[in-house]
Design a protein around this ligand. Structure first.
Ligand code: PMP
Length: 442
């Protein structure tokens, strides 16, 4: 295997507590729900561009981007400078006083959205954004029922856990009242597998409205490509038909762009644009801030007004520092043409993975768009039996070879490749070599 592509950066010598000590402290003082990847946990102490460094100074290609969050690269100098400048000037006051950042950033972000999606509400996480979108949909329509998709992930708070549709993420609490899950339009594992089955899948939404609700719904929420669910891409025509059914029942259409937004799909800035629809509410997080706690709900002025009927407040939302970071991220995406790079690198990866699929029977399907890719492993291509153990092997072996990827899908058999959008062609080739070697030994 070729070595990692050369990179002109020297990490700082690490002088903090040892990895063993950090692990011990985590076990003692951090909630055990905070799990870590890898049999032998990895400690990461520095990052630059598309690379991460462990405490020994070893460099890794980061093909998971802090769970699809580091959009423009680790510690991008333009982003770091903007944040540093704001940190030295004013860190926090809340929105009870005017500050230019929230206003200017609101304008810049709204400028990236189509149609009448022009009013932003800033919060701190994807769960919070989806929670607020639900509230808006219910407040605006006066309806309660909501439809989400099976295999979707929308957060871990009480209300978003209800939307999330994997038993593995759900606690045994009464959180799902008024939430219905429609079957996901999954062309690999779903009932229909042909490219023209979008409307057939969408018809399920109409059925749910007719059989499980009062015939009126508050809304429908879907990721534009299912992320945690393993990069499930919907067939063309799915969302437009789904939206038609939802709107006929008085509901609002919510696009969860937490993973797919900000150019990651390559062909479009927003994932929903790949389905040729305009939602009523768009939620975003992760890549919006390149790693800071920034998220947003963007909607139309008319829908936004419903939130002003009561007092609604978020202490950190629209904070001057996170808004400065969000603004700098938007600037870098534009200045460095990262969306176009995501398209080109995504194509190169997809082609490489298809070649690997021809060579390794373990690969059942390769899918995704831009830098939102999944590689599903199966023990048998005809039964599609999930190759969970092999997936774990490839995942661990890739780390040994210097590539960090993610895992996903209900069965944990999908490798998720979602690197920062500053990825280079030689990184792609390195990643593919690592996969080739890892798959060969699985
Ligand atoms: N929506 C999607 C599509 C996500 O992937 C996630 C996080 N994985 C969330 C919402 C929740 O975001 P957060 O973890 O910031 O609450």
């Amino acid at each position: 295997m070729k070595p990692l592509p050369t990179f002109d950066y020297l990490p700082k010598p690490y002088t903090g507590p040892s990895k063993a000590e950090v692990l011990r402290l985590r076990h003692e003082f951090v909630n055990p729900a905070i799990f870590h990847y890898y049999r032998e946990p990895l400690m990461i102490v520095e990052g630059r561009g598309q690379y991460l460094y462990d405490e020994t100074g070893r460099r890794y290609l980061d093909a998971f981007g802090g769970i699809v969050t580091v959009s423009v690269g680790h510690c991008h100098p333009h982003v770091t400078a903007a944040v540093q400048k704001q940190n030295e000037t004013l860190q926090h006051t809340t929105t009870i006083y005017l500050h230019p950042n929230i206003a200017l950033y609101g304008q810049a972000l709204a400028g990236k959205l189509p149609g009448d999606l022009k009013v932003c509400y800033f919060v701190n996480s994807g769960s919070e954004a989806n929670d607020l979108a639900l509230l808006m949909a219910r407040a605006y329509t006066g309806n309660f029922d909501v439809i989400a998709l099976r295999n979707g992930y929308h957060g871990g708070s009480q209300s978003t856990m209800a939307l999330t549709s994997h038993h593995t993420w759900k606690f045994n609490t009464p959180h799902s009242f008024g939430v219905h899950h429609a079957v996901a339009p999954d062309l690999y594992r779903g009932r229909w597998t042909t490219a023209d089955s979008g409307p057939a899948y969408a018809a399920e939404i109409e059925q749910i409205i007719q059989f499980a609700t009062p015939g009126k719904i508050a809304g429908f929420i879907a990721e534009s490509i299912q992320g945690v669910g393993g990069a499930v891409v919907f067939p063309d025509g799915y969302l437009s038909e789904a939206y038609r059914h939802v709107r006929a029942a008085g509901g609002l259409c919510i696009a969860d762009e937490v993973q797919t937004g900000f150019g990651r799909t390559g062909s479009h800035f927003w994932g929903f644009e790949t389905q040729d629809v305009i939602p009523d509410i768009v939620t975003m997080a992760k890549g919006i801030g390149n790693g800071c706690p920034l998220a947003a709900v963007v909607t139309t002025p008319e829908i936004a007004r419903c939130l002003a009927e009561r007092i609604h407040f978020n202490t950190f939302g629209g904070n001057p520092v996170t808004c400065a970071q969000g603004m700098a991220v938007l600037e870098v995406i534009d200045q460095e043409n990262l969306q176009a790079n995501a398209a080109a690198m995504g194509e190169r990866l997809l082609e490489g993975f298809r070649n690997l699929q021809a060579k390794h029977p373990l690969i059942g399907q390769v899918r995704g768009q831009g830098l939102m890719l999944g590689c599903e492993l199966v023990t048998d291509r005809s039964t599609k039996e999930p190759a969970k153990a092999a997936c774990l092997h490839v995942f661990e072996r890739c780390r040994e070879l210097g590539v960090l990827v993610g895992k996903g899908g209900l069965h944990g058999n999908v490798l998720r490749i979602k690197p920062p959008m500053c990825l280079h062609a030689d990184d792609v080739d390195f990643l593919l070599d690592a996969f080739d070697e890892a798959l060969a030994s699985a």
